[in-house]
Ligand binder design. Structure first.
Ligand code: SAM
Ligand code: SF4
Length: 328
């Protein structure tokens, strides 16, 4: 059985982008009210008193867009300073990163994943939903700033959407040839924007790998992450290519993570709400911390039985949250 020691923490469900694949077009989302977000203190209490004693040592900050969370640098510093923290990382869209990269690094963040779905500013703006004012350059500047500051590994996430950015996958992969960057291709999932998924579908990772093999050859990298990505490398490249294939290859069996939403719900699985615990309400109702720890320990014990497969077999009902709401 996998040791579950990795917690993905959503700091906020709001975002300054509206990516086509992440959010439904033309519909307003129900955002969490400010007073219902876990406070900085509540988050730290949960980490120190509940998660660390249960063996969690690796944390990723995500959202929504984590860099729009007020006090994000202080949150990074506090988590990085916990003696138990072995690894702290962040997933961001990079838009606000350039002026914050050094502060985040100084606060103790060392690993960062930045979403970059296109190298073409027009396509990028179409994807992130900000037509009329280009955001690509600012994100690219954020990536460069993170690189200069020394984030390592620096990973770029690409969700591949047929007919939108699939023609660019070779150019995106080529970024790894002379840069120590890691480009990860993520299969588009039917979550967030069902209509786009229905219209466009998704491309299996193996199809992309074949394209890269035909162009450059490809070998399995010795640098294997402990996450869901299968890692490959273009021969002679400095960086690597990762493939996150949650549609074509179920990796529930090697899942080592839980998710904490911005309003304090602990979820054992991305797409399955069975067993979730409302930790924020429990804290605010003064549930004793040993009792909370016990509840989370019970959820950990049943986690191997909670996965995508139940969803496919229809036993978990429909699921309507977006990745930005869950904490992708
Ligand atoms: N805002 C940050 C960002 O975009 O990197 C962090 C949150 S975002 C929800 C986390 C990751 O989820 C991003 O890499 C994004 O590409 C991915 N994601 C969102 N919706 C997705 C979908 N329908 N299928 C696959 N990946 C998705
Ligand atoms: Fe925002 Fe990230 Fe979702 Fe794009 S993928 S809308 S940047 S949360």
């Amino acid at each position: 059985m996998n040791q579950v020691d990795y917690l993905r923490i959503s700091l906020i469900d709001r975002c300054n982008f509206r990516c086509q694949y992440c959010m439904p077009q033309g519909e307003e989302l129900d955002y969490i009210l400010q007073q219902n977000l876990l406070t900085h203190e509540e988050l730290l209490t949960l980490l120190e008193q509940v998660f660390v004693p249960l063996g969690f040592t690796r944390f990723r900050l995500t959202g929504g867009e984590p860099l729009i969370r007020p006090g994000v640098v202080d949150i990074v510093r506090a988590i990085a300073s916990l003696p138990a923290t072995r690894d702290l990382s962040m997933t961001t869209n990079g838009f606000l990163l350039a002026p914050m990269a050094q502060q985040l690094y100084d606060a103790g963040l060392r690993r960062i994943n930045i979403s970059l779905d296109s190298l073409d500013p027009d396509t990028f703006d179409e994807i992130v939903g900000t037509r009329g004012r280009s955001r690509w350059q600012q994100v690219w500047d954020g990536i460069q700033a993170a690189y200069r500051v020394g984030f390592d590994p620096l990973k770029l996430n690409v969700v591949v959407i047929p007919g939108v950015n699939d023609r660019e996958v070779l150019d995106l992969a080529a970024l790894t040839r002379d840069r120590h960057w890691h480009v990860r291709f993520i299969e588009f999932m039917p979550i967030g924007n069902d209509r786009l998924f229905g219209d466009r579908g998704w491309i299996p990772s193996e199809q992309l790998r074949q394209l890269f093999r035909d162009r450059w050859g490809l070998h399995e990298s010795r640098v294997r992450g402990n996450g869901p990505a299968d890692v490959f490398q273009i021969p002679g490249a400095q960086g690597t290519l990762g493939f996150i294939s949650q549609m074509s290859e179920c990796f529930c069996d090697r899942c080592n993570r839980m998710r904490l939403s911005a309003d304090g719900w602990l979820r054992p699985c991305l797409l399955n709400e069975i067993g979730q615990i409302d930790l924020k309400s429990a804290l605010r109702h003064h549930t004793p911390l040993p009792e909370l720890r016990e509840q989370v320990a019970r959820l950990l014990a049943i986690k191997p039985e909670i996965n995508f497969k139940q969803r496919e077999s229809g036993t978990t009902g429909t699921y309507s949250r977006t990745m930005s709401q869950i904490g992708g």
